[in-house]
Design a protein around this ligand. Structure first.
Ligand code: ATP
Ligand code: MG
Length: 411
């Protein structure tokens, strides 16, 4: 049923080595699900009854990682595999060695080994709980995952209300998988998302940042955003946008479209660019009045906006300075006289800032030509650039530079 040509040779060899050492070993999770749904599997996870120490002994190039959830990374020059030991998922409070909870009862270590049957039950969705042995080519399916792949539906393992309470991030995962696979979401899961979505506010901002990247940078960002909004979950990933203004939604959708296209074309992508775009309407709202930007307020609001976003998703430091650069460059792109355009062009973030300018113009349906001006300016050599700037002077750019031409955005 699964064509082994779709599976990494390295992953197959690791399964084979574990089995030759008399352990059970399977490919599991996303790679099996994707291979069965006609999507190119990207990363390969392995589940085994060998403990992390036993796995570590078999593979020279490996290391044990994680505290709460100990795993082994097995790697070669170009690939890295996660090998996880079957877990029981039963929170046996009587076993203090393996299940450690903090004062609020949150599980901070979860290493009670179990059997394959037990390991299935702790996974989130039936389509994610298929175990494939590439040697015998058999699939172990204890939860009707195959049937649900055939029916194109995301179904919870166990009562989704309880499972989403246990881990609220599963709501985001259900949305992401349904778009990635083009599967329906089972009704009880939809109810659980509505009922338990608010628990996402308890998840650490570091984990939420990981989810932010998975949900918006996987090539399905726009679709995911729309579905998140329909469940009212977008507010757990991005600080709330000003309402009533069409532009705020348009700039977000345009930026997500732009990122999705880049993923499709295998161009580089960064969470920094997307965050700059997603937070832009909030920043503008904080510093504008009656359709005009207050520049001092603009500069003063930047850190506040980033701090508020930090409360939801961590924003690693390298990204926060990148985001501020892109924002400040939006102002600089407006001054097109003297030596300023040359300076702006040399800025290491020019390219990203220019891309964002185009996104903004598309969203605001802005035809004031600033983007085109910069497109021309980049194309020309130095002698022509001088004349482009001279023309600019003649046209007297004063008014648009005073208001920074944000008419449509501030409507
Ligand atoms: P993708 O890699 O496309 O995001 P995936 O299904 O491989 O999808 P991972 O986050 O890599 O997702 O997790 C691997 C497997 O581990 C999942 O298929 C699922 O079986 C299990 N899993 C991951 N996260 C959770 C969770 N929060 N709750 C329960 N099971 C989970
Ligand atoms: Mg995976």
């Amino acid at each position: 049923m699964i064509d082994n040509k779709k599976i990494s040779k390295f992953a197959i060899s690791v399964v084979d080595d574990l089995q030759k050492n008399n352990f059970q070993a399977y490919l599991v999770g996303g790679c099996v699900r994707d291979a069965l749904s006609g999507i190119e599997p990207k990363d390969f996870d392995i589940a085994t009854n060998a403990t992390p120490e036993q796995v570590r002994k078999i593979f020279k190039a490996s290391r044990i990682i994680g505290k709460r959830f100990r795993l082994v990374h097995v790697f070669n020059r170009s690939e890295l595999l996660e090998v996880a030991t079957f877990r029981s998922g039963d929170n046996d409070k009587n076993d203090p060695d393996n299940l450690i909870t903090d004062s609020s009862g949150k599980i901070i270590r979860d290493n009670i080994w179990g059997t394959l049957e037990q390991d299935c039950k702790r996974r989130d969705f039936t389509v994610n709980a298929l175990y494939y042995c590439p040697i015998s080519k058999k699939i172990e399916d204890y939860n009707n995952g195959l049937k649900h792949i055939h029916k194109k539906i995301i179904v919870s393992i166990g009562d989704p209300q309880r499972r989403f309470e246990e881990d609220p991030v599963r709501s985001l995962r259900a949305i992401r998988f349904s778009n990635k696979l083009n599967f329906k979401i089972d009704n009880p899961i939809k109810d659980a998302i509505y009922d338990k979505g608010h628990l996402l506010s308890n998840i650490s901002n570091a984990r939420m940042f990981d989810e932010f990247c998975k949900i918006f940078l996987n090539g399905m960002g726009e679709k995911n955003f729309i579905k998140l909004c329909s469940f009212n979950l977008n507010k757990y990933l991005i600080i709330s946008r000003p309402e009533k203004n069409d532009f705020s939604n348009d700039v977000i959708l345009q930026a997500l479209k732009n990122t999705d296209d880049r993923v499709k074309n295998q161009q580089s992508i960064t969470p920094g660019f997307l965050m700059a775009a997603l937070l832009w309407p909030t920043l503008l709202e904080k510093c504008s009045r009656d359709g005009e930007i207050n520049i001092r307020k603009f500069f003063r609001s930047m850190d506040g906006v980033l701090r508020n976003q930090q409360k939801l998703t961590a924003v690693p430091r390298k990204f926060s300075s990148y985001i501020k650069d892109i924002w400040i460059l939006q102002l600089k792109l407006h001054s097109r006289i003297g030596s300023q355009p040359y300076k702006t062009l040399r800025h290491p973030r020019f390219r990203a800032a220019y891309d964002f300018l185009l996104v903004r113009e598309r969203a605001a349906n802005d035809k004031n030509g600033l983007g085109k001006w910069w497109t021309d300016f980049q194309k020309n050599d130095d002698s022509l650039r001088g004349s482009i700037i001279a023309q600019m002077k003649e046209k007297n750019d004063e008014e648009s530079s005073k208001k920074f031409g944000f008419y449509n955005e501030l409507r």
